[in-house]
Design a protein around this ligand. Structure first.
Ligand SMILES: [Zn+2]
Length: 111
């Protein structure tokens, strides 16, 4: 059985952006569309990501960047219709909470 997508999951506010993106497989574009990530490749302090709708971009690893803030604060207008993000994934994201003093840092899985 998959985990309940409505179950609240807590992450630290200071969680590294790349770890967060790898976990969520979601990316908020500057235009406010939430894309699904098909490929994510870390290249040092940058990463190349490819969305399901075929866009490729280079992003920087910064927990203070626009994208990191938008991901944490769930600032997007709508999910990209071309990416077809499954409903359970959006539910799971909606149930994801970011806290300063509580939750996973996503540093080492399985510890
Ligand atoms: Zn898209």
């Amino acid at each position: 059985m998959p985990t309940d997508p409505n179950k609240a999951v807590y992450y630290r506010k200071q969680v590294p952006l790349f770890r967060l993106v790898e976990k969520l497989k979601l990316w908020p574009s500057r235009r406010g569309l939430l894309h699904g990530i098909k490929e994510f490749e870390v290249l040092g302090t940058r990463a190349r990501l490819t969305t399901h709708c075929g866009k490729t971009m280079i992003v920087r690893d910064s927990k203070n960047s626009r994208s990191a803030r938008w991901l944490r604060n769930k600032l997007f207008f709508e999910a990209c219709p071309e990416c077809r993000i499954p409903e359970w994934k959006l539910q799971k994201y909606a149930a994801t909470k970011f806290k300063r003093g509580y939750g996973s840092y996503l540093r080492d899985e399985g510890r």
